[in-house]
Ligand binder design. Structure first.
Ligand SMILES: O=C(O)CCC(=O)C(=O)O
Ligand SMILES: [Mn+2]
Length: 227
């Protein structure tokens, strides 16, 4: 039922029975959506991996450069580099957690498997940003452009509640489209879509029982430096 609705509403979803490695159609070149890429057991295993990461690298609240306004999402990272933002230092990657000062935990093997299967890029990701959205959280329209390496895609994995994801063009004012992302979906922004403006308009609370207490976790895998 969900697939049929998506097909009608968003014109992007897959036919039932489609191989999980084949992206859904009707998206701009380079933007690849793999609905239900992870089945329920794989989502559970990944959610447990992420809980172990959070036990070592607790959520922090990033703040906007200059204004110091808090983001509505909480964040943490795993991998050699993590993305952070605060009032004085702005957006950046760093090897340590901004509150504990500890190195970020390693990226779980299951997450690296998704990168290997999807990224079509010969080097591993260096950063896995982990965002947590409660039902009131959003992410404004932005580009992922704090990396040196744009030849690698950004690969995103959704867990928990669904969301309305917005993507536009290479300019902020370009027309935007919406895509529903569900738990287990994978989305890749690569090639000519690598620098598309995108954001999260809305969390659809109650869509999934995966995370205790609800909410949505999104992992974004990025290659930061040029090999
Ligand atoms: O939560 C998402 O699906 C997107 C997250 C995102 O764009 C980011 O962290 O840069
Ligand atoms: Mn982004």
């Amino acid at each position: 039922m969900r697939r049929t609705q998506e097909l009608n509403l968003f014109c992007h979803s897959a036919e039932p029975g489609r191989a999980p490695t084949e992206p859904a159609a009707h998206l701009p070149p380079g933007l690849a959506h793999f609905p239900a890429y992870l089945d329920a057991a794989a989502q559970r295993a990944l959610a447990d991996d992420i809980a172990a990461v959070i036990a070592q690298a607790p959520w922090f609240t990033p703040r906007m450069p200059r204004s110091g306004r808090p983001f509505s999402v909480k964040m943490t990272n795993c991998g050699p580099l993590g993305w952070v933002s605060d009032q004085d230092g702005g957006y950046r990657y760093q090897p340590t957690h901004p509150v504990t000062g500890q190195a970020w935990p390693a990226i779980p093997a299951r997450v690296l498997d998704v990168w290997r299967e999807i990224a079509q890029y010969p080097h591993p990701p260096e950063a896995c940003l982990i965002n947590f959205y409660d039902v009131s959280a959003r992410m404004g329209l932005h580009q992922d452009r704090d990396e040196e390496e744009f030849a690698a895609p950004v690969v995103s994995i959704s867990l928990g509640d669904a969301c309305v994801f917005r993507y536009g063009g290479l300019k902020r004012a370009d027309p935007a489209s919406r895509l529903r992302l569900h738990s287990g979906d994978v989305l890749a922004l690569g090639g000519s879509a690598r620098l598309l403006f995108h954001g999260v308009d809305k969390i659809l609370g109650g869509a999934s029982a995966l995370l205790p207490g609800g909410g949505r976790i999104n992992l974004t895998l990025r290659r930061v430096t040029r090999p």
